[in-house]
Design a protein around this ligand. Sequence first.
Ligand SMILES: [Zn+2]
Length: 270
Amino acid sequence: MALRPLLRPGSVVLRRDPSHLQIGFSPAILVRDRPDLVAFLHLLDGVHDLPGLRRAVRRRSLDVGDVDALVLELLARGAAIDPAVAPDPAAPIAVSVLAVDPHAQELARAIGTVCGERGRRRVDGDTLVVAVCAAEPSRDAVDDLVDRAGAVLVVRLAQDTVLVGPLVVATRSPCLRCADLGRADADPTWPHVLAQLERHAGPAVAPRAHRLVTWQSALLVAHDAELWLGGVRPSSLGAVSVVGPLPGERSRSTVPFHPRCLCSLFPAGS
Ligand SMILES: [Zn+2]
């Protein structure tokens, strides 16, 4: 792909002293001034490639010397970027947010808004599926979704808190059933309670998480999704974060593979 240099986004070109320009102010990048450099910097718009810059310099009779060497110097100094290499930090995060039950709609909308996603329902390998539930989801349904999507981040509203995780990756990470089996080891009544929760399509009375807890959870989900899609281990892989009930509160507990869960028959890649 052709190099189309772009002046560092958000920066302004200022004069530092008679022989130096300052590009940006946080941090300031100093470059030695030379004739017509300011005019040249304004050509770095992410559209002109190197031949286009050379033509523009000739057309405007700019006296900046070797264009290629100047561009390389500006890239090396951080005064310009290559948009094809530097990801756009404002680009939407590729998630498909599924509201599994009606009470999950508000949190699902917040997650979609933070991720820059609206209403997309496509499920494919380039998209992380976020399943938002206001109760314990059917484990069979989650298994089916993981089979189809490859990875599913489970988000549950639990009264006035939000549980973010685990991120279930087919054959590679502890699953919800691992969490259930671990919980049942400590609380033998959990399978009985869970069976009842799974049969309900959500609580009879809508959960009421603090508005800031909703958005704090949405930010955590978006951050984890971005990490995962970028090939970096997110906090929700093999773990559940409890957000709330007060804004700013967050705790995290790990979910290990359970020896009696079928998923632990596969090699752990996490
Ligand atoms: Zn498992």
